[in-house]
Design a protein around this ligand. Structure first.
Ligand SMILES: [Zn+2]
Length: 214
């Protein structure tokens, strides 16, 4: 499903998976649950492109519904993998997940990202630390379209909310993240769970900020 000129969401993948379309290459943000790679490749082919065009895989965090088919995607495409330092350790199998387990198929992260980095992809993607849901959760902000791929630090299931409490690593940080993202004021948040808002989302985020601050 097309979200913006650059962003397409892979339909029916739990965890929210987004293909970013560039003239020379494609990128992916988050991979969905294990076994989603066929749906990712079907979307890529529906755009008239090849799986081998996928050069970059950006990860918001290391939960299984976000990195589930990372090993299969990397094996098939050789794409470079981007993640925040703590999340990268979980993905590489050197650190336990917050659930206390190690990933079954470790993947080496090619580039560790941090707050303020602007990746030279798709006209500039700003990395925004948005801790709380997990220890090192980040969002990716597509500057040209003011579209923010939020992972799970915002959720749009029964209306807009912050990280779901029972899946939240640090509640205080999660509230601070809502305030930070409201201040950023993206037009189009794209969620790991729930439909993307396209355009004019800043007001809804401001309302959420007021709610969590009260
Ligand atoms: Zn998730």
């Amino acid at each position: 499903m097309k979200i913006t000129d650059t962003i397409y969401q892979v339909d029916d993948v739990f965890g929210g998976t987004f293909v970013l379309v560039g003239e020379q290459y494609l990128s992916l943000v988050d991979t969905g649950v294990p076994g989603s790679e066929g749906k990712v490749f079907a979307l890529i082919e529906s755009l008239g492109r090849k799986p081998g065009d996928l050069k970059h895989i950006l990860l918001t965090h290391s939960d299984g519904d976000h990195i589930g088919c990372l090993p299969a995607l990397v094996e098939a495409t050789g794409a470079a993998v981007y993640a925040q330092r703590d999340e990268a350790e979980v993905i590489a199998g050197t650190r336990q997940s917050r659930g206390g387990s190690f990933v079954q198929k470790p993947v080496k992260v090619s580039r560790v990202v941090a707050e303020g980095d602007v990746l030279a992809l798709h006209g500039g993607i700003q990395v925004i630390e948005s801790f709380g849901h997990t220890v090192g959760h980040v969002c990716y902000y597509l500057l040209s379209e003011k579209a923010l791929i939020v992972g799970d630090c915002l959720v749009n299931l029964e209306g807009l909310s912050g990280s779901i409490p029972k899946y939240t690593y640090n509640a205080e940080q999660a509230v601070a993240t809502v305030k930070k993202l409201a201040a950023l004021g993206p037009d189009s948040p794209c969620f790991g769970h729930g439909p993307a808002n396209v355009g004019g989302a800043a007001a809804a985020l401001a309302l959420l900020r007021d709610r969590v601050s009260a």
